[in-house]
Design a protein around this ligand. Structure first.
Ligand code: C5P
Length: 223
């Protein structure tokens, strides 16, 4: 392919989007948060009480969903039918249901189609669960990120607290991450798995600056 694609996959809350944003900023690439798309679809399904076991209901809902990204300084802002939902999709109700929604075949087919279109001609950094295996199996650079589950839960817990969430405990966060990791790695449709050619990046003990430096070192030969 002519345009450069950097694919970042890995478990929940292990710093994929932080690295992806920093990398995109440094390289002048477009950052696409594929998880935000599954989260926005989940929000729509929850609000509209979509019957997730009904093929026709799912197809009908998907037809009524329009997602758009608005990049502000490499933060990813997503709109659902014109409404800014970036904050709402990070809250617990969506986190608790997103893995069920993202396991639905019809949902994945549509999201993958949209993601492939977004990365057709531009240089991009995309993070998610199946980017290096399914969406862009031909990506020139692939990373697979992991980190100690306890550290991941602590990081996400602090993030929720800083946003004013006082209801969710560290335990709740830990359980949600464990549940999503389990669901994401065991589902039938493109489960989370490391692509054979993905570079493993365990960030339990390394700083964000070190991760960025490591990643840049792998990408620059392809520029
Ligand atoms: O990346 P984030 O944690 O926001 O993703 C939320 C959920 O969306 C994941 O737990 C997973 O179920 C789903 N997802 C996916 N495929 C992707 C990105 C996210 O199934 N490419």
């Amino acid at each position: 392919r002519k345009n450069l694609v950097v694919a970042i996959d890995g478990y929940s809350s292990c710093g994929k989007s932080t690295l992806a944003k920093a990398l995109a900023k440094k390289l002048g690439f477009i950052y696409i948060d594929s998880g935000a798309m599954y989260r926005a679809v989940t929000l729509y399904f929850l609000r509209n009480h979509t019957d997730m076991s009904n093929h026709d209901a799912i197809m009908d809902a998907l037809q009524h969903i329009e997602l758009n990204f608005h990049s502000r300084d490499y933060e990813s802002h997503i709109t659902l039918n014109g409404e800014e939902v970036s904050e709402e999709i990070r809250k617990m109700p969506v986190s608790e249901n997103v893995s069920e929604v993202s396991a639905i075949k019809e949902v994945r087919t549509e999201m993958v189609r949209q993601q492939q279109r977004m990365g057709k001609s531009k240089n991009i950094v995309m993070d998610g669960r199946d980017i290096g295996t399914t969406v862009f199996a031909d990506a020139q650079v692939k990373f697979f990120m992991t980190a100690d589950p306890k550290i991941r839960a602590e990081r996400r817990f602090k993030e929720l607290q800083s946003k004013g969430d006082t209801e969710t405990s560290l335990e709740d966060v830990f359980e949600n991450l464990a549940h999503r990791d389990y669901a994401d790695t065991t589902r039938k449709e493109s489960p989370l798995v490391r692509a054979e050619d993905a570079i493993i990046l365990d960030n339990t003990d390394i700083t964000q600056e070190e991760q960025l430096e490591f990643a840049l070192h792998k990408v620059t030969p392809h520029l």
